[in-house]
Design a binder for this molecule. Structure first.
Ligand code: ADP
Ligand code: MG
Length: 714
C-alpha cells in the first residue's frame, strides 16, 4: 500500500465516513497509520457472560443463539434482538430502529458486542452495542492481546479505524517508513524504532508494548518541537541587532522615577536585559512573572535604555484597554524626566501622541492628544516618536521605522505574549530584516516547567518569582449558595471602607432560552441589573465587556478608576493586565467555566496594592472534579503551583488553551515527565551544535520542514 495515497483509493469509504475522516484530519494512508488508539481493552480482563454486572462497559464475545426483529406495539419502533451465549451463560442484546441488524447478524454467527450492560425486569442486556463478526476473539485485534480503541468521530467508528489500520500494517516496513529519530538517541533512551512502535501501538501484545510505543511518539513530538524552536533561535542569532548602551549610573538614576523600590527579581531581570543589549546578537528573552509581579516596570527600564541610545521601542499589548493603560503608565514615568520623550499610541480606533504642543489640544488629563494615523506614522518613520505603544495595529505594513545607522526600532516588547501567534511576534520583531530588534516577550501565564522548556525553548528566561513588598496574600473562598448573602455583606462593608469590586460573569447577555445548556449561566447585563436593584442599591454598578465600543470601555474604566463606579460587572476582558489598585475584591460567577490558570489571572486583578484582597468564587457545578480544582485554587500560593496541579490532574491541554501550541494529547502527557522533556532538550541542543545545518541528519531536516508546514504554533 502506498503511504501517500488517499484513504479512499485503498478502502471502501462511504460519504459520511469521508466527512468524518476529514474532520479527524485523515487524508492519506500514512495519516491513518499515525492515528493512534486512545486506549486498549484487555482480553485477559474480559468477563464471562455469567460474571457480567449492570453498569459494566465491556465487550462480550459469543455465538448467536437467537435472533429476531419486531415492531413495538405502542411506539411503532423496530426492535432487533439477539441472544448471545458463551460457555457460561447467555445475554440479550437489543437495538432500537436498526432493522437492518437482522440482515447482518444470524443465528450461529460468532460476534463481539461492545456496550454498556443494563438491566430490566427480565435480567441483564446490552442496549445498542457496536458489534463485529469474528471467528475468534483474538481476530478482532489482528492477533493482538489488547484491543485498540480509537477516538471516534460522528460517522466513523473505532471498529472501522481498527479494521482498516490493520490492513495497512503488513505493508509497513523499515524501508518505506524511515525513522526520523537518530538511532543513537533511540538506543540511549531505550525507545523502540518507528517500525516497531507502529506495530506496538496498534497491535500490542502486552501493555508494556503499548506504553513503550506511546513513550517513543511522545518523545518524538516534544523533540521535534524543541528542535524547531532551537533552530529558529539559531536563525535569529545569525542576525545583527542594535547596540543599546547605557551606563549603570544612568540606569540607576532612571530607576528613581518609580515611586517604589524595585524587587530583587525586577533588578535581576533588568540586568539580564542590559547584559543582552551588550551583545551583538539580538536579545530573545521571556520575562515570566505572576500577575502583579511588576513586569511593566522592567519593560519601562528596557525601553529607557533603547531610547537613551537614540533608538526606538515598540510595545505591543493584546487589547486596547491594556495598550491605553500602558500608554498612560509610560507618560506617567517618562514625564518625570528632564527632557520630554515623545510617546505614541496606535490602536484600530485611534492614534494619540504625548505630549501635545498646545494646551487647548489636550483633550485628556494625561497630556496626550488625538492625532491622525498618517501623522503618527510619519513621526514614527522619521524617528521623532521614540516610543510607540499599541495593539495589533503596530504590526501593520504601514508602520515603518527609520533605516539609517544610529536610528530605528531597537527593541520590540510583547505583553501577554501567549495571546499572540508566532507570526505576529515575528512580524513585530522584524524577523525578516537583516538587522533585527531585541525582543522582550512577557507573560503571566503560569505554565509548568516542562511546557515552558518545550514551547519557549528558543527564549532565555527571566523570572519575576517575587511579589513587590507589602502585598497581602489573597483570601480565596469558594462560597456555597446558601452563603451568598454573607459574601455580599462582606463586600458591602469593604466598599463602605472605600474599596471596589469586580464581578466576573461567563457571558455578556442572557442566553436564548431555547438553546440547550446555556441556561443558568450568569450574564454581565442581567447580573449588573440584579446587583444594582436588589443587592447594592446604594452603590453604582457598571458594565464592561468586549462588545462595548472602545470609547465606551474607556469611559467605564475611567469612572471605575475614579471610583464613580464601585462595582464593575465584566466578562473576562478584565483578565489581562487591568491595573486598578483600589479594587480589592473579585467575585467570579460560573467558575466551572474558567480554567484554573484563567481563574488565577482573574484574581490577580485585585492583588495590586498592600490592602487585603478577596476572591469570592461561585459555581453551580456539583461535579467532584470542579470541587477539587476550586479547592486547589483556594490553597495554591502561586500560578506555577496551580499550573503543575492542572497538568497533573487535567492534562496540560486544558491549561491556558494549550491547543494553540499545537501539541497533541499524547505530547501533553509527555509533559508530565520532566526527565523525558529534559532529554529531548539535551539531544536537540546537541544535534544543532554538532551539525548546525543538519546536513548530516537529512531525515531530521525533512521531518522539521514537514512539521513547519503543518504546525504554526498559533
Ligand atoms: P504585571 O506583572 O502583572 O504586568 P504590573 O507591572 O502591572 O504587573 O504591576 C502591578 C502593580 O504593582 C502596579 O501598580 C505597579 O505600579 C506595582 N509595582 C510594580 N513593581 C513594584 C514594586 N517593586 N514595589 C511596589 N509596587 C510595584
Ligand atoms: Mg502586565
Amino acid at each position: 500500500m502506498e503511504m501517500d495515497s488517499l484513504i479512499e483509493e485503498n478502502f471502501r469509504v462511504l460519504a459520511p465516513q469521508k466527512k468524518a475522516l476529514g474532520k479527524l484530519g485523515l487524508k492519506t494512508v500514512r495519516d491513518l497509520l499515525f492515528y493512534f488508539p486512545a486506549r486498549y481493552e484487555n482480553f485477559s480482563e474480559r468477563k464471562n457472560i455469567v460474571d457480567l454486572q449492570e453498569g459494566d462497559k465491556t465487550t462480550v464475545y459469543g455465538k448467536i443463539v437467537e435472533a429476531k426483529t419486531q415492531r413495538t406495539r405502542t411506539k411503532r419502533m423496530s426492535l432487533s434482538q439477539i441472544i448471545v451465549g458463551d460457555l457460561t451463560g447467555t445475554i440479550n442484546a437489543v437495538w432500537f430502529n436498526q432493522p437492518y441488524i437482522a440482515n447482518i447478524l444470524k443465528i450461529g454467527d460468532k460476534v463481539a458486542l461492545t456496550g454498556k450492560i443494563a438491566s430490566n425486569k427480565s435480567g441483564l442486556y446490552i442496549a445498542n452495542p457496536t458489534f463485529e463478526k469474528v471467528d475468534s476473539y483474538a481476530d478482532l485485534s489482528g492477533g493482538s492481546a489488547l484491543l485498540a480503541v480509537y477516538p471516534e468521530a460522528r460517522g466513523i467508528t473505532s471498529r472501522w479505524l481498527r479494521f482498516n489500520i490493520q490492513k495497512i500494517l503488513p505493508s509497513v516496513s523499515r524501508t518505506n517508513l524511515q525513522d526520523p529519530i537518530p538511532e543513537r538517541i533511540l538506543k540511549k533512551y531505550h525507545l523502540p524504532d518507528l517500525y516497531s512502535s507502529l506495530i506496538y501501538i496498534h497491535t500490542p501484545q502486552n501493555p508494556g508494548d503499548a506504553e513503550a510505543a506511546r513513550k517513543r511518539f511522545a518523545f518524538e513530538e516534544i523533540f521535534f518541537i524543541q528542535l524547531t524552536r532551537l533552530k529558529e533561535r539559531q536563525e535569529r542569532d545569525k542576525k545583527h541587532s542594535f547596540a543599546v548602551k547605557i551606563t549603570k549610573k544612568e540606569m540607576d538614576d532612571f530607576l528613581k522615577i518609580f515611586p517604589f523600590e524595585l524587587t530583587a527579581a525586577q533588578k535581576k531581570s533588568i540586568n539580564h536585559i542590559l547584559g543582552d543589549f551588550g551583545k551583538k546578537t539580538p536579545m530573545s528573552r521571556l520575562l515570566e512573572g505572576d500577575v502583579g509581579s511588576g513586569k511593566t516596570a522592567v519593560a519601562v527600564a528596557a525601553v529607557y535604555a533603547a531610547v537613551k541610545s537614540g533608538y526606538q521601542a515598540a510595545y505591543m499589548a493584546p487589547t486596547e484597554i491594556l495598550a491605553r493603560q500602558h500608554f498612560q503608565s509610560f507618560i506617567e514615568y517618562f514625564s518625570q524626566l528632564r527632557l520630554t520623550t515623545k510617546i505614541g499610541l496606535i490602536t484600530s480606533s485611534e492614534c494619540r501622541k504625548y505630549p501635545s504642543k498646545v494646551a487647548f489640544e489636550r483633550d485628556k488629563g494625561d497630556g496626550s492628544t488625538h492625532i491622525s494615523k498618517s501623522q503618527l506614522l510619519k513621526w514614527v518613520e522619521n524617528g521623532e516618536i521614540p516610543i510607540l505603544i499599541g495593539t495589533h495595529s503596530l504590526i501593520q505594513k504601514s508602520v515603518k521605522f527609520p533605516a539609517e545607522d544610529g536610528k530605528g526600532l531597537a527593541l520590540a516588547i510583547i505583553d501577554e505574549q501567549h495571546r499572540f501567534g508566532t507570526k505576529q511576534r515575528a512580524s513585530l520583531a522584524r524577523e525578516k530584516s537583516e538587522r533585527i530588534p531585541h525582543l522582550l516577550s512577557m507573560t503571566a501565564t503560569p505554565i509548568p516547567r516542562t511546557l515552558a522548556l518545550t514551547i519557549y525553548g528558543d527564549l532565555d528566561l527571566s523570572l519575576l518569582d517575587e511579589m513587590p513588598a507589602g502585598r497581602r496574600k489573597i483570601i480565596t473562598a469558594v462560597v456555597p449558595p446558601e452563603q451568598r448573602g454573607r459574601a455580599y455583606e462582606q463586600i458591602r462593608a469593604e466598599i463602605k471602607n472605600g474599596r471596589q469590586a469586580f464581578v466576573i460573569c461567563p457571558r455578556i447577555e442572557e442566553p436564548d432560552p431555547d438553546k440547550l445548556g446555556a441556561l443558568n449561566v450568569k450574564s454581565v447585563k442581567e447580573e449588573a441589573k440584579r446587583l444594582q436593584t436588589e443587592i447594592f442599591p446604594e452603590f453604582e454598578v457598571g458594565i464592561l465587556h468586549g462588545k462595548l465600543k472602545p470609547a465606551e470601555k474607556e469611559e467605564v474604566l475611567d469612572d471605575f478608576r475614579g471610583n464613580k463606579i464601585q462595582i464593575l460587572a465584566a466578562t473576562s476582558v478584565v483578565e489581562v493586565g487591568v491595573n486598578i489598585p483600589n479594587t480589592t475584591m473579585i467575585v467570579i460567577e460560573g467558575a466551572e467555566r474558567f480554567g484554573l490558570a484563567q481563574l488565577h489571572q482573574l484574581r490577580g486583578r485585585v492583588m495590586r496594592s498592600s490592602r487585603q484582597p478577596y476572591c469570592f468564587i461561585f459555581t453551580d457545578s456539583d461535579s467532584q472534579k470542579t470541587k477539587q480544582r476550586l479547592a486547589a485554587l483556594e490553597k495554591a500560593r502561586s500560578g506555577f503551583e496551580l499550573a503543575e496541579y492542572d497538568l497533573k490532574f487535567r492534562g496540560a491541554g486544558e491549561l491556558s488553551g494549550a491547543k494553540q501550541w499545537g501539541i497533541s494529547d499524547m505530547g501533553m502527557e509527555a509533559l508530565k515527565n520532566l526527565k523525558m522533556v529534559e532529554a529531548a532538550r539535551l539531544e536537540s541542543q546537541k544535534i544543532l551544535k554538532q551539525d548546525p545545518e543538519l546536513e548530516k541528519h537529512p531525515l531530521v531536516l525533512k521531518r522539521l520542514s514537514s512539521q513547519k508546514s503543518k504546525i504554526h504554533f498559533e
